[in-house]
Design a binder for this molecule. Structure first.
Ligand SMILES: Nc1ncnc2c1ncn2[C@@H]1O[C@H](COP(=O)(O)OP(=O)(O)O)[C@@H](O)[C@H]1O
Ligand SMILES: [Mg+2]
Length: 260
């Protein structure tokens, strides 16, 4: 059963219709990359699925449950099963890493004993290889470490779906690569489904199972990266070609790397 099924999603802001008719399906253990030009509605799509914005129409089914889009919000049970990693790590600067990570759990279970909370937080930090930062403050962390801490926080309720909006924005290539590896590891170990917005080619190559390419409010392409490069619409091919050309430090083409 698909973890996420979005059908005929219509979304926008006031009179601005950004997404006109969008279908997205995300299977168990699938990493689905959302692509498209700047301002095409990638974040809008994510925000409508996670309930931060209210859809104007269509159907959203998450983990077999239909979302009542007229009320717009998830049940809190459903919310717990999804984790979100925002672009800015959004850690609270006055709290330690451990306090930040434990916060969502504490909000859901105010009675939770400190020892239990500490154990869960340690386990989550160990999942992202960050136990050593337990008592550190966000200001003491590198960009990559902040992302890891935010990821641990997103994982606190053992979600089966993780949403990431440009998680590697602002990271150096090495940290970005290690974040990709971590996402793959979490998918493999925990069976997570991941919906991720990214335009970093290296990232896409490393993690993409399926991609949804948005243009003009519709899905222009839905399929694997290989299919996109081989037989995708011109606009999709150009997107990758342009990116490869822009990235002059890397002369290899994306199709070359797919085979390597
Ligand atoms: N909160 C908002 N209110 C009004 N317009 C918005 C809001 N968020 C985004 N938009 C507009 O919706 C369009 C799509 O934005 P967005 O989903 O952020 O694009 P992307 O993530 O693909 O770059 C843009 O034209 C943007 O200006
Ligand atoms: Mg965006």
């Amino acid at each position: 059963m698909a973890r996420i099924k979005v059908r005929h999603l219509k979304a926008g802001y006031g009179k601005d219709i950004i997404l006109k008719d969008v279908d997205v399906t995300v299977e168990e253990r699938e990493i689905r990359v959302i692509l498209g030009g700047s301002g095409c509605g990638k974040s809008t799509l994510l925000n409508n699925i996670i309930g931060l914005e209210q859809p104007l129409g269509g159907e959203i089914n998450i983990l077999g449950q239909n979302i009542d889009i007229t009320s717009g919000n998830f049940s809190s049970e459903l919310r717990k099963k999804t984790g979100v990693l925002f672009q800015s790590s959004a850690l609270l600067t006055s709290m330690t890493v451990a306090e930040n990570v434990g916060l969502p759990l504490q909000i859901h279970n105010p009675q939770i004993p400190a020892k239990v909370l500490e154990e869960i937080v340690k386990q989550k930090l160990s999942q992202v290889h960050m136990v050593h930062a337990f008592n550190k403050y966000p200001s003491e962390l590198s960009g990559g470490m902040k992302k890891r801490a935010a990821l641990a926080r997103a994982m606190i309720n053992d979600p089966s779906i993780l949403f990431c909006d440009e998680p590697s924005a602002g990271l150096d290539p090495l940290s970005s690569k290690s974040l990709d590896e971590l996402l793959l590891e979490l998918r493999d170990k925990l069976g997570l489904s991941i919906v991720i917005v990214t335009h970093e080619l290296d990232s896409i190559r490393a993690i993409c199972d399926k991609l949804t390419f948005l243009a003009d409010g519709y899905v222009l392409f839905d399929g694997s990266l290989e299919e996109a490069l081989k037989s995708g619409p011109e606009e999709v091919k150009n997107f990758f070609a342009r990116k490869t050309v822009e990235d002059k430090s890397k002369v290899e083409t994306i199709s070359f790397n797919l085979e390597g």
